[in-house]
Design a protein around this ligand. Structure first.
Ligand code: GLA
Length: 382
């Protein structure tokens, strides 16, 4: 996948600039196994970087001019680092945000000429925007001869998205795109930014079930959840919900408006599920892992209310299939993708049956595919 994409990008670079790119960077998207909507209250998440992402081929310039041709949109982004101004709310906003955030860290930013393309479905909940940010940030660092650690790179990209694009995202997507490791899921402590690599057990596949329905992440619903979660922490008098337990929450129930209580119950129980899921992974307890995925979905659907009709339908269909250990909506929600954990021997039938049944029930064609784990952002041979 990565190679096919790379060939396309390098070929276009050659056609446009009549030379080979000096560097080619791949920044992956991600799936999150468990720990949904916990990152922006300092909690725990367990994503892995996937073999789909963004490829950016580039050659540094000796000035502050940045030119990026996006194959997927057939558009050219062209700008001087020193002259950054707000523009349309499209893919270029992520690039502008990254330039703006990096400028506060790096005194002399050098530009580049580049070509970019991706093979992630856009806006589906697989972190296409974080991958674009991380690829652009990495390219700018290389062009400017600066080496930033993965957490630093992720923080800069997160800042771009929060303060430039205007969505109050947590750190998960940018951090996993920066620090993923093939064969492993990564437990991220979203307060300390510490990482623990957890081996993905053999014999199982993680399958993306794209409902083919979309709702913009920048939609106010995401920011509203982040405000609700903050309010819950204030009521409990803790710095963030990461510091609360279910016992604490139950004791203080009377102080809560019922919606905020349920939002808090999701976040606190979801943090617990991350730890339980990691223990199950280490013990190769596949049934338990599946059960926790199912519980996560119910909590996101009923307490956090970020699921959708189509997500619930596809999750129910997936769970009813032979060889499926569990499934849940994944990512920000309100549309986009669900994730299923499936016994590898059942994979082909699983994909076929879920596709058929979802199409029958909704009349929507769902892209369904299994994903492999990948390393975080890295240079690939041009
Ligand atoms: C989006 C955000 C992440 C995280 C997830 C939900 O992907 O970018 O920071 O909050 O939603 O877990």
């Amino acid at each position: 996948m990565e190679n096919l994409l790379k060939e396309r990008v390098v070929k276009t670079f050659h056609n446009l600039y009549d030379s080979d790119p000096e560097f080619v960077v791949f920044a992956p998207g991600r799936v999150n196994l468990i720990g949904e909507h916990t990152d922006y209250s300092d909690g725990f998440v367990l994503p892995f970087a996937i073999n789909l992402g963004i490829v950016l081929a580039f050659s540094p310039t000796n000035n502050d001019q940045i030119d990026i041709h996006a194959i997927d949109f057939d558009q050219l982004f062209s700008q001087k680092v020193s002259k950054n101004s707000k523009g349309p709310a499209d893919w270029t906003a992520y690039i502008k945000g990254v330039i703006w955030a990096l400028k506060s860290q790096i005194v002399q930013l050098n530009g580049f000429q580049g070509v970019v393309a991706g093979n992630l479905p856009i806006g589906a909940g697989l972190s296409s925007s974080a991958a674009l940010e991380v690829a652009a940030a990495k390219a700018l660092c290389i062009s400017s001869n600066v080496d930033l650690s993965s957490p630093k790179l992720a923080q800069i990209c997160q800042r771009a998205e929060r303060e430039w694009v205007g969505v109050n995202v947590g750190i998960m997507d940018q951090l996993i795109s920066a620090c993923g490791k093939r064969g492993h899921a990564v437990k991220l402590d979203c307060r300390t930014l510490e990482t623990e690599y957890v081996l993905i057990p053999d014999g199982i596949c993680f399958v993306v079930l794209d409902t083919n329905t979309r709702r913009e992440l920048s939609h106010s619903a995401y920011n509203k959840r982040s405000e609700e979660v903050e309010l819950a922490a204030q009521i409990l008098k803790v710095p963030a919900l990461r510091d609360a337990s279910l016992t604490m929450l139950t004791k203080e129930k009377d102080k809560f408006p019922s919606t905020i209580y349920r939002r808090a119950r999701h976040v606190i129980s979801e943090n617990d599920r991350v730890h339980a899921f990691i223990s199950a992974m280490k013990n190769h307890d596949l049934q338990k892992m599946g059960q926790l995925l199912n519980e996560s979905h119910i909590s996101l659907r009923d307490d956090f209310k970020v699921s959708s009709e189509e997500l619930n339908i596809i999750v129910d269909i997936a769970r009813a299939q032979p060889g499926c250990y569990g499934a849940r909506m994944a990512g920000a929600g309100f549309g986009g993708c669900a994730l299923a954990m499936v016994d590898g021997c059942f994979l082909d039938d699983f994909i076929h049956n879920v596709h058929h049944e979802y199409k029958k029930q909704t009349n929507i064609e769902p892209p369904i595919f299994s994903v492999e784990s990948s390393d975080g952002v890295h240079l690939v041979d041009s």
